[in-house]
Design a protein around this ligand. Structure first.
Ligand code: NAP
Ligand code: ZN
Length: 347
C-alpha cells in the first residue's frame, strides 16, 4: 500500500480538507499514475453535496485526471513510465456481460466510478483525482496525445467525452444545426467539438456576457435565454440540442426549438425531476434523450480527435487550497471555462 495525499469532503456539503489515504498495491495489470492535474466538474459539487443521493464519505472527488505513468504491472502492454495518460469517470466495469463488447460499458450495472464507488468485489471505496497518485487497471487508462498540454487536456476526460459522445451518436456534422445550452465546462467543449465536426453551432446562454468567447470557440450564433424573443426567433430550428444545465429551466420552451424529428439530449444532471409536456414532442415527433460520458474506446477516439484538431479546454488553473472557493464560483457560473487543480500545490 502506498500513502496518497489529497483533499476530501468528510461529509455532505462539508468543505473539502486535506486527507491522507492508501492506494492499493499495483496488480500485474495495473498502471501507477502520478496525477499532475485534475479538472473540477460540476458533478464533483453534486457529489460532495450528495445531491444525487449516492455519495460515500470521506469523498475524494475528481474524474478529469491527467498525469504521468510512474510504474506498470508485469502484464501491462500499452503503457510505460513517462507516458502522458488520463483517467475519466470510471475505473472498472462488467468484465463478462455482452454489452462490454459493443462498447457501452458506461451504461452497465457493474460500472465502478472513479470516486464514491467501491473497488470490484470489495468494500474499499474508490478515491478520485484530487490527489497525488492513483492505481488503475490498464483497460481504463487513456492515452493523452503528446501535443496536448496536460493541464488543459484534463477536462477532456469528462467534459470532453460527455459532449463528444452525443454529438457523434446523433451525427453532428455538416448540414446539422446543433444548439448547446449552457456555456460552462461541458458547454464550451460542446461548442469546440461540434464546430470541429463541421456542424452549425448555436449557443444558448443565460446572457450575452460570454458571446465573444462563444464565437471565438466556434459558435456561429449566440443567444441569451433571458430574452424571451430568443425562443420565438429560434423556434423549430435545430436537429440536435444538448442541454448541459442542471438548474431548473423551462424544458418545454427548449423542446420547441427542435425541428421535426429533432432530439433534445439531457447531459446536465438536475437534482430534481424534469417536468416535460407531451405536446411539444407529439406535434413534431421530437425525442427527449439522455447521454452519459462515453466508453473507454470512445474516450480514446475523442482524445485522438482532440489531438488531431488541437482541441483542449479553456482553463483557469488553481492551487488545491482554493478548491472550496472555486466551487462557490462554479455555483455562480463564474468560470471560464474549467477550473483545473495543479497537484504540485498539494505540497
Ligand atoms: P458548469 O461548468 O457549472 O456549467 C453549467 C452551465 O449551466 C453554466 O455555465 C451556465 O451557463 C448554465 N446555468 C447555470 N445555472 C443556470 C440557470 N439557473 N439557468 C440556466 N442555465 C444555467 O457545469 P458542468 O461541469 O458543465 O456540468 C453541467 C452538468 O452536467 C452538471 O449537472 C454535471 O453534473 C453534469 N454532467 C453530466 C455528465 C453526463 O455524463 N451526463 C457528465 C459530466 C457532467 P451560462 O452561463 O452560459 O448560462
Ligand atoms: Zn464530470
Amino acid at each position: 500500500m502506498a500513502l496518497a495525499k489529497g483533499y476530501a469532503a468528510p461529509a455532505a456539503k462539508a468543505p473539502l480538507a486535506p486527507f491522507t489515504f492508501e492506494r492499493r498495491e499495483p496488480n500485474d495489470d495495473d498502471v501507477v499514475i502520478a496525477i499532475r492535474y485534475c479538472g473540477i466538474c460540476h458533478s464533483d459539487i453534486h457529489m460532495v453535496d450528495n445531491g444525487w443521493g449516492m455519495s460515500v464519505y470521506p469523498l475524494v472527488p475528481g474524474h478529469e485526471i491527467a498525469g504521468v505513468v510512474t510504474a506498470v504491472g508485469s502484464k501491462v502492454t500499452k503503457f510505460k513510465p513517462g507516458d502522458h495518460v488520463g483517467v475519466g469517470c470510471f475505473v472498472d466495469s462488467c468484465t463478462t456481460c455482452a454489452h462490454r463488447d459493443v462498447d457501452r460499458e458506461q451504461y452497465m450495472p457493474g460500472l465502478v466510478l472513479t470516486y464514491s464507488g467501491f473497488e470490484r468485489g470489495s468494500t474499499t471505496p474508490t478515491y478520485g483525482g484530487y490527489s497525488d497518485s492513483i492505481v488503475v487497471k490498464e483497460g481504463y487508462v487513456l492515452s493523452i496525445p503528446q501535443n496536448l498540454p496536460l493541464d488543459a487536456a484534463a477536462p477532456l476526460l469528462c467534459a470532453g467525452i460527455t459532449l463528444y459522445s452525443p454529438l457523434r451518436h446523433w451525427n453532428a456534422g455538416p448540414g446539422k444545426k446543433v444548439a448547446i445550452v449552457g456555456m460552462g465546462g461541458l458547454g464550451h467543449m460542446g461548442v469546440k467539438l461540434a464546430h470541429a465536426m463541421g456542424a452549425d453551432v448555436t449557443v444558448l446562454s443565460q446572457t450575452l456576457s460570454k458571446k465573444d468567447d462563444g464565437l471565438r470557440l466556434g459558435a456561429n450564433r449566440y443567444y441569451a435565454t433571458n430574452d424571451p424573443d430568443t425562443f420565438t426567433t429560434l423556434a423549430n430550428q435545430f436537429d440536435l440540442l444538448i442541454c448541459t444545465v442542471s438548474s431548473p429551466i423551462d424544458w418545454n420552451a427548449y423542446l420547441n426549438l427542435l425541428k421535426v424529428d429533432g432530439t433534445f439530449v439531457i447531459v446536465g444532471a438536475p437534482e430534481q425531476p424534469v417536468p416535460v409536456n407531451a405536446f411539444p414532442m407529439i406535434m413534431s415527433r421530437r425525442s427527449l434523450a439522455g447521454s452519459a460520458i462515453g466508453s473507454i474506446k470512445e474516450t480514446q477516439e475523442m482524445l485522438d480527435f482532440c489531438g488531431a484538431h488541437d482541441i483542449v479546454a479553456d482553463i483557469e488553473t488553481i492551487a488545491i487550497g482554493e478548491v472550496n472557493r472555486a466551487y462557490e464560483r462554479i455555483a455562480r457560473s463564474d468560470v471560464r471555462y474549467r477550473f483545473v487543480i495543479d497537484m504540485a500545490t498539494l505540497g
